[in-house]
Ligand binder design. Structure first.
Ligand code: PTJ
Length: 260
């Protein structure tokens, strides 16, 4: 039981969702480690959506709305943390939803597909024999994808990704949108649009942005994508973190504990 007034209650509740996911068999054990790394970077950016993330989220939604064949790729952590928002975003931008796992088992695929369906998804790709196409030059289990989904997609949203697949998908000429709290990861550097934000903030933000941008003319969406420069944005994220740490260090932030 997490005390109602615990100062880190929100963060601990998020951890509980992942631990429950492990117990239910659809979050990989390694997903807990990945989350811990994410938490660390979230501390550095102040556990908030910074302007650079918001700009990337806008560009990402515009790219998804402009795409002919957009797909949202879902893994264990994403299914545990934001299943409903993923389905809502897919509806708003007209994207297909596909399960794609690094630590692939048939049981996990099916459990994740069930969670997505329980959250309103009409069709979930990438389960079992549906994942019969292969991404070239990729050797992890992520290489097997749906021939109707990621294989033919022009734009793919990949929350919590590994660098190999991002690079392989880029080589296939696809636009890859990553959500990754680590601005230094290979995924972050290889993606076309990198959102350095926690998936629990990024996906709900994207749902709100999609509602707003859906009615905009194509030219305006094209302008948003054109004006976004991923390398430049990642540089600004690193500047933001280093500035923030320097300010914290200068202000001598010291926690005060009650004296005996
Ligand atoms: O469910 P599976 O089998 O596909 O496995 C999923 C994991 C996440 C275990 C797998 O893709 C993996 O090992 O990922 P990595 O290589 O550890 O990368 C995960 C990245 O996501 C790291 O750079 C983390 O900083 C970042 N990350 C972790 N939690 C969050 C996050 N980014 C955004 N929001 C988070 N909540």
């Amino acid at each position: 039981m997490i005390p109602i007034n615990h100062p880190r209650r929100e963060s601990l509740l998020i951890r509980e969702r992942l631990v429950d996911g492990v117990r239910e068999g659809y979050v990989a054990l390694q997903g807990l480690i990945a989350h811990g790394r994410g938490e660390c970077f979230d501390y550095l950016i102040g556990e908030t959506t910074i302007n650079e993330a918001l700009n990337a989220e806008r560009a990402a939604v515009a790219a998804l709305l402009l795409a002919r064949n957009p797909v949202i790729s879902v893994n264990g952590n994403t299914a545990a943390l934001v299943p409903r928002d993923i389905v809502e975003l897919a509806e708003l931008v007209g994207a297909k939803v596909e399960v794609n796992l690094f630590y692939r088992t048939r049981e996990r695929e099916e459990l994740i597909a069930r969670i997505l369906r329980e959250n309103g998804a009409r069709e979930v790709l990438g389960v079992g024999d549906d994942a019969s196409c292969v991404i070239p030059e990729l050797f992890s289990e992520r290489r097997r994808v749906s021939c109707r989904g990621i294989y033919v997609a022009d734009t793919i949203l990949v929350p919590l990704e590994d660098g190999d697949r991002t690079e392989a998908l880029r080589k296939m000429g696809k636009t890859v949108i990553a959500i990754d709290l680590n601005p230094l990861s290979r995924t972050a550097r290889a993606a076309s649009i990198t959102i350095v934000d926690n998936v629990v903030r990024a996906v709900p933000n994207m749902v709100r942005i999609a509602r707003e941008l859906k009615a905009k003319p194509r030219e305006e969406l094209e302008g948003i994508v054109r004006d976004f420069n991923n390398d430049e944005n990642l540089r600004k994220v690193l500047m933001y973190i280093s500035r923030r740490l320097a300010e914290l260090a200068q202000n001598h932030i010291v926690l005060e504990f009650p004296k005996d």
